[in-house]
Design a protein around this ligand. Structure first.
Ligand code: AKG
Ligand code: FE2
Length: 246
């Protein structure tokens, strides 16, 4: 990770990188998302997230330690572990309400800088198609991942929000402490994203599957591999797998 990238990530709370998914894999992922999209009835369009997608779709496995994102994950997450994976399919009029892990938060669970960047929830947010500003581009308040004060009412800060358009196959890396949300206002466009969340090894899984979520994938992975390391169960500050080198 370049020093300028560290500076920008620390200051703004995000980093945008193009060509993060190889074109052939992107085509395969989009075919896979087509199958989910076709099966969502119009009345279910508001409920548009398919959770634990990695457990359902093995073709995503090689993206969890992709050569594009791994150097950033390793640099900015302490003894990283994969926490959550999902796809979101967002029709017009839908999106994700604004939220953030940061201020107020519990004292130990936040972004910090201590001779290096420490993310507690690190979002690896892939665009599966071009996402223009009005197509549900992620909208953020830059720098809010480091604020010392509680976030004011949305209306009071909304003119400082920044929309981040993305190219198909690009990735947005961001701290989940940043204030963020999205809304697709385009009638002719369905926004499709793939999201992986990484956390330090001491943080537990929150949702479906709990800490055993990746046990089968972990057991099937090669000894000493990044797959095995990233798919391990949380275990306090103890490492239960040797950490591979980059
Ligand atoms: O899908 C979105 O626009 C929001 C995603 C989100 O909240 C996240 O990745 O943490
Ligand atoms: Fe979020």
């Amino acid at each position: 990770m370049k020093e300028s990238e560290k500076y920008l990530y620390d200051t703004l709370g995000y980093l945008y990188i193009e060509d993060a998914i190889p074109p052939d894999l992107l085509t395969e992922i989009n075919k896979m998302v087509d199958r989910y999209q076709e099966n969502i009835k119009p009345e279910d369009q508001a409920n548009n997230t398919i959770d634990t997608i990695l457990n359902k779709e093995p073709l995503l496995l090689n993206l969890i330690d992709s050569p594009v994102t791994l150097p950033y994950i390793v640099e900015m997450v302490d003894q990283p572990r994969l926490k959550s994976t999902w796809i979101t399919i967002t029709w017009q009029g839908h999106g994700t309400g604004f939220h953030s892990n940061h201020s107020p938060t519990c004292t130990h669970n936040h972004y910090s800088y201590n001779n290096g960047i420490f993310n507690n929830l690190f979002q690896v947010f892939y665009a599966l198609e071009d996402i223009d500003e009005d197509c549900g581009a992620l909208t953020i308040l830059p720098g809010s991942h480091k604020s010392n004060l509680p976030i004011p009412a949305h209306d009071e800060i909304k003119d400082k929000l920044v929309k981040i358009p993305m190219k198909a196959g690009s990735v947005l890396l961001f701290s989940h402490d940043i204030y963020h949300g999205s809304l697709n206002t385009r009638e002719d466009f369905v926004r499709r994203v793939l999201v992986f969340t990484y956390c330090p090894g001491c943080i537990a899984n929150s949702y479906e599957g709990g800490d055993t979520l990746y046990d089968d994938l972990h057991a099937a992975s090669a000894e000493g591999s990044w797959h095995r390391f990233l798919l391990r169960r949380p275990h306090g500050f103890q490492l239960t797998e040797p950490r591979p080198s980059l």
